[in-house]
Design a protein around this ligand. Structure first.
Ligand code: FES
Length: 264
């Protein structure tokens, strides 16, 4: 007789009465809609007070897509920036401008990690701890930031681990108030916490959007190393230059005798 995979233990309460082999899913997922209920209403814009700047921003996002529903995330994001989170009044206002129901917006706001229907703090520090960041000491960076924050008054700040933020080449990295910063080191933690507490931009020159941002490995490959931000060399705008400008020892380029500057 052929080998059969052993069946997992299933309690009688988990069994669907339709068939003893089917495990019941989340109760109610396939209940029919209650058609006797009033339909969900789209809030009337004329009866809803919406801050002018929020209405204009949402309308601008709606012009960018052929279907206005595609503007839901930037619209909710705009409301969250204004209020710090998405209270029901904010969802109602977005619904009035976009002509969608608050329930529709809430289903999206509750799905995405960066949208909060409860207040979590106006500042956010999301430390990526997914694979590329994890293997480059992200857990240590996260722990160091948490530890530094404990001694500081950062009541209005959410510090948490996050899944891949899509900037793996600057691993380990974090999104600090939406600004991508990296590669990070545990020793950066005190400066990150101090800058948030003082309302400053943390780690100038280390943010993806910063004009002078450059990944360290790119500079190394060119044979130059940018002085770390905050050092006298960085303030003087000087660069350390590798004397040879050759590829680092042990790399395929070094073995092939290639000059890394040639293909930079
Ligand atoms: S793994 Fe951290 S940004 Fe992708």
């Amino acid at each position: 007789m052929a080998w059969q995979r052993p069946r997992p233990e299933v309690s009688p309460a988990q069994l669907d009465p339709i068939g003893p082999q089917r495990v019941r899913a989340v109760p109610g997922w396939d209940d029919p809609a209650d058609l006797s209920k009033d339909p969900a209403l789209v809030p009337e814009l004329a009866e809803t007070e919406v801050p002018e700047e929020l209405r204009l921003e949402i309308e601008h996002h709606m012009t960018l897509y052929p279907d206005r529903h595609s503007a839901v995330i930037p619209a909710l994001w705009a409301a969250q920036r204004l209020y710090g989170y998405l209270p029901s009044e904010a969802i109602h206002q977005v619904g009035a401008v976009m002509r969608v129901t608050p329930a529709y917006l809430s289903s999206i706001a509750s799905f995405y990690d960066m949208l909060n229907e409860e207040p979590v703090g106006r500042n956010s520090v999301y430390v990526c701890t997914s694979v590329a960041c994890h293997v480059t000491r992200a857990p240590e960076v996260f722990a160091a930031i948490r530890e530094a924050a404990e001694g500081a008054d950062l009541a209005d700040t959410e510090i948490r681990e996050f899944e891949c933020l899509g900037a793996c080449d600057m691993a380990p990295m974090a999104s600090i108030n939406g600004r991508y910063v990296g590669p990070l080191d545990p020793s950066d933690a005190p400066e990150i916490v101090a800058s948030i507490a003082e309302g400053r931009r943390p780690l100038p020159g280390r943010g993806l959007e910063d004009e002078d941002f450059e990944l360290p490995w790119k500079a190394e490959r060119r044979g130059t190393t940018t002085a770390p931000a905050g050092t006298p060399e960085a303030e003087a705008g000087t660069h350390e230059t590798s004397p040879s400008g050759t590829a680092p020892e042990g790399t395929p380029e070094a073995e092939a005798g290639l000059d890394p500057k040639e293909d930079a």
